[in-house]
Write a new protein. Structure first.
Length: 535
């Protein structure tokens, strides 16, 4: 009986077939042990390295530990975790017992977690010890949670043994049995969820299947990047983000490669440290990070990039000048590609040897990409329209969100909401969003959310938020604010309002610029005219 997905490379686009039953956790970890790669290093994190053999036993222990806490097949386990080997351990342990891991953004505001715990009805939450204080209120408010487990982030931070403190993952794993038979899931069964935020309303969970893991690996990681067993992958984008989850978990494990994880906030200095210590062959970041690394004059690019064979950018469009400067300094191209939580990973990308900076490249073989006008018809080359995608990795839908599912998923096609045009050579260029959503440092920001936060300040009458380009041509929120008393407008109030938004929302959402205006441009029906504020 075969347990693993088969990739047929004689077909173009290639084909992936799955046995029945199929559990992706077995394919990602146990396969390497069974095929003699057990002593290879799967992870290097702040604590040390973990071989595939060790990872396999940790994953199995995690499966048993979750079961012992009462987690059953199909139940959700929320992960609010920093990037250490505990993340893949819990993620894959949950999948192996047929439960559904739900990694969530670690940068959110405390209030945001209440919704996520209620919406997912998670049984168990695994949270990094450093993040626990931020989660306490949401945990106390959740009627569905049965257990909280803490994961150790740094070496000294153990609080084990304190009475009343939640059990530690470390201790649960130690006590658990190290071998586990995978639950016989099917390739079409929901394997994990990822939340995504929209312009209005609450975040929605895209439900992904066991088969989507090998499909994204075959089509993008192996097909486009040529990822192999001897690669060492460093994703600055964290594992909670679909982009980081592929780069740092499902891709390297699918080919038996090594992934480097770091818990620290990613800065140019942190980048330099990881590059020096681990010599990665592939580096994955977002445009803001590439810009800040290039701006750091203390770094020696040639010394840092001795083994680097490619860099990858996604999350928002990579400005042309950043790609060109990077190639000159670091000696490798940046492959800009667009992916989404709905499609799981990158479906349109630049490729080795045919990089066109300022574009998102061409469709990843295995995906079909259309640009359609308002009437639903394909537009001609050079004309703008909305980007639609068809491929084997579209989410099964959003959890409990019928309206939003219908708006995004249309049979095999997914509507991205991005405006694009295609040139005569078949390269696709991003032309902004079809809605008001902003990508800031690669993460969604809803202008409405920032506006409501501003409007809740006592000095503010109303506010409008739009995206504006910073010195690197990267989008940041800009706010136009009408005060109750216009004479109060001054730099001190501007600073206060920025700090106020940071205290109410995840801090990456705050407006980098605030302009006090006497009134906002509106339509006859009172709707704010954002296009006038953008220009
Ligand atoms: C925007 C881009 C221009 C675009 C993601 C790689 O970003 C990811 O997922 P999200 O759900 O956001 C999706 C939206 O982000 N976008 C992403 N990449 C680009 N725009 N150029 C790009 N290169 O608006 C898209 O609809 O957060 C990225 C892999 C997996 C992902 N989930």
């Amino acid at each position: 009986m075969t347990l693993y997905a088969q990739i047929d490379r004689t077909h173009s686009p290639l084909r992936v077939t799955f046995p029945a039953p199929y559990n992706a956790a077995v394919d990602l970890v146990d396969r390497h042990v069974a095929q003699g790669r057990g002593e290879r290093v799967a992870y290097v994190d702040d604590h040390g390295s973990t071989t595939y053999t060790k990872l396999a036993s940790q994953v199995d222990r995690a499966g048993h530990a979750l079961r012992a806490l009462g987690v059953r097949r199909e139940e959700r386990v929320v992960l609010v975790m920093q990037d250490t080997v505990d993340f893949p351990t819990v993620f894959l342990g949950a999948m192996k017992i047929g439960a559904v891991p739900v990694p969530v953004n670690t940068l959110l505001h405390p209030d945001d977690y209440t919704y996520l715990l209620n919406d997912s009805r998670a049984r168990v939450i695994v949270v990094s010890d450093t993040l626990l204080p931020k989660l306490e209120k949401a945990i106390a408010a959740s009627p569905h949670l049965a257990h909280v487990v803490t994961a150790r982030t740094s070496l000294g931070a153990s609080t084990s043994g304190d009475r009343g403190s939640p059990p530690q993952l470390l201790h649960l794993l130690e006590k658990a049995w190290p071998t586990l038979d995978a639950v016989e899931t099917s390739a079409d069964e929901v394997a994990f969820w990822l939340y995504s935020s929209g312009s209005t309303g609450t975040p929605k969970a895209a439900m992904h299947l066991h088969s989507h893991i090998m499909w994204t690996s075959a089509l993008y990681a192996q097909g486009v990047l040529g990822m192999r067993e001897d690669d060492v992958v460093y994703s600055a984008a964290k594992l909670f983000f679909a982009y980081g989850l592929g780069n740092g978990l499902t891709f390297p494990l699918s080919v038996g490669a090594t992934a480097v994880l770091a818990t620290e906030r990613v800065t140019s200095q942190a980048f330099a440290r990881v590059m020096t210590a681990h010599r990665p062959t592939l580096f994955c970041g977002v445009p803001t990070l590439f810009a800040s690394i290039l701006a750091d004059t203390l770094l020696d690019p040639r010394a840092l990039s001795t083994r680097l064979r490619a860099s990858i950018s996604a999350g928002e469009a990579l400005p042309k000048h950043i790609g060109e400067k990077w190639r000159a300094a670091y000696g490798t191209d940046i492959l800009d590609g667009i992916g989404s939580t709905e499609l799981l990973h990158i479906f349109l990308s630049n490729r080795h040897g045919e990089v066109h900076y300022g574009t998102s490249g061409r469709p990843v073989p295995g995906y079909d990409v259309d640009i359609r006008g308002e009437d639903g018809q394909m537009v001609r080359d050079g004309e703008e329209g909305i980007l639609w995608v068809r491929g084997p990795t579209a989410a099964a839908g959003y959890w409990n969100q019928r309206e939003k599912s219908l708006a995004a998923f249309h049979g095999p096609w997914t509507r991205t909401g991005d405006r694009y045009s295609r040139d005569a050579d078949g390269f696709y260029t991003y032309a902004g969003r079809g809605d008001d959503m902003l990508k800031v440092g690669g993460i969604w920001v809803s202008p409405f959310e920032v506006e409501s936060a501003l409007a809740s300040h006592e000095a503010v009458l109303e506010a409008a938020v739009v995206g504006d380009a910073d010195a690197d041509q990267l989008t940041k929120p800009r706010a136009f604010v009408v005060l109750k008393d216009h004479s109060q407008a001054n730099p001190a109030l501007e600073a206060e309002l920025k700090a106020f938004v940071k205290s109410k929302l995840a801090s990456y959402k705050y407006p980098r610029w605030i302009e006090f205006v006497a009134e906002l441009p509106k339509t006859a029906t009172g709707k704010i005219q954002r296009f006038r504020l953008r220009s």
